[in-house]
Write a protein that binds this ligand. Structure first.
Ligand code: CP
Length: 292
């Protein structure tokens, strides 16, 4: 074993040989042995990050994890050069989580697949796949409105992608929220005004956390009023049909969007969603690689 800190211990002949060895390496051949994915999470994540990491390993995809794209940006590097760098190093799939809504900036890149693990408040497609696969597995997609989203829809990428996927699948989407927390565009949404309306018209609810990190004046947010109107309590949950289910993408804030007893109710099936996390990311890689 040797250190490579400078060249003081090597002669000219050896250094020429070293350069020749570099030129002999067939990167294309090596890249074909295994795919490489770079996980670039610039916002916190537990479930998405771990499941992308584990799913890759199950598929034999090598994973590199990085949080430092921001530093390249800080040095003034353009996105084009950053992506070019990844591509030239054999990264085939770039999995990104970012607070930015700049999904469009990534759409035109070729020779690399960009997979959203959460862009700002506009995109979290693999969470939508988790949720729909979970409902499909338990035969809960037979309702005209399979899911009503409850809570902070405006700042939620889970809602944005869930809405997109459900619309494409031909479903209506229920929403129940404070008007300040509704999205600007409410096309194709069925707005409910009470828990009774939600329960009478939907097969499930997906509770959404108040996205504190995306609300400008969070200190002025009226949590008491929010809880009074939108918290799922065990009393409300007990009034739902036997087959009614509750989803949550997690992380959860018990005591805000759900009370403690409701969070322990068997109708709350977040563990079924968790079981779908790795399969959904396996399928996402296969989709990205053009295998399905
Ligand atoms: N649902 C979800 O995106 O969870 P994480 O933030 O833990 O990844």
């Amino acid at each position: 074993m040797k250190h490579l800190l400078n060249f003081e211990n090597e002669d000219k002949q050896y250094l020429e040989k070293l350069v020749d060895e570099i030129l002999k390496i067939d990167l294309e051949k090596l890249n074909k042995i295994n795919s490489f994915a770079l996980l670039q999470f610039n916002e916190p994540s537990t479930r998405t990050r771990l499941s992308f990491s584990i799913a890759a390993k199950k598929l034999g995809i090598h994973v590199e994890e990085s949080q430092d794209s921001i530093s390249a940006k800080e040095k003034g590097e353009s996105l084009e050069h950053e992506i070019e760098t990844y591509r030239s190093m054999g990264i085939e799939i770039l999995v990104i989580r970012t607070k930015e809504n700049n999904l469009a900036d990534y759409k035109t890149f070729k020779g690399i697949s960009i997979v959203s693990a959460g862009f700002g408040n506009i995109s979290h497609p693999t969470q939508a796949l988790v949720d729909i696969a979970t409902l499909t597995k338990i035969n809960k997609l037979n309702h005209k409105i399979p899911i009503t989203f409850v809570g902070d829809l405006k700042h939620s990428r889970v809602f944005s992608s869930g809405r997109e996927l459900l619309s494409k699948l031909g479903f209506k989407i229920g929403v129940f929220s404070n008007k300040d927390l509704l999205p600007e565009n409410t096309d194709n949404l069925v707005l409910f005004n009470s828990w009774d309306e939600v329960i009478d018209n939907s097969g499930s609810v997906e509770l959404l956390r108040v996205q504190k990190e995306r609300i400008e004046n969070i200190s002025g947010f009226d949590f008491e009023s929010y809880k009074k109107n939108f918290q799922l309590t065990s009393k409300i949950l007990d009034s739902t049909p036997e087959d009614f289910v509750v989803l949550h993408p997690m992380p959860i804030n018990i005591g805000i969007e759900i009370d403690e007893a409701a969070a322990k109710n068997k109708k709350f099936i977040y563990q079924e969603q968790l079981k779908m996390a790795i399969p959904a990311r396996i399928a996402s890689y296969q989709y990205a690689l053009g295998e399905i």
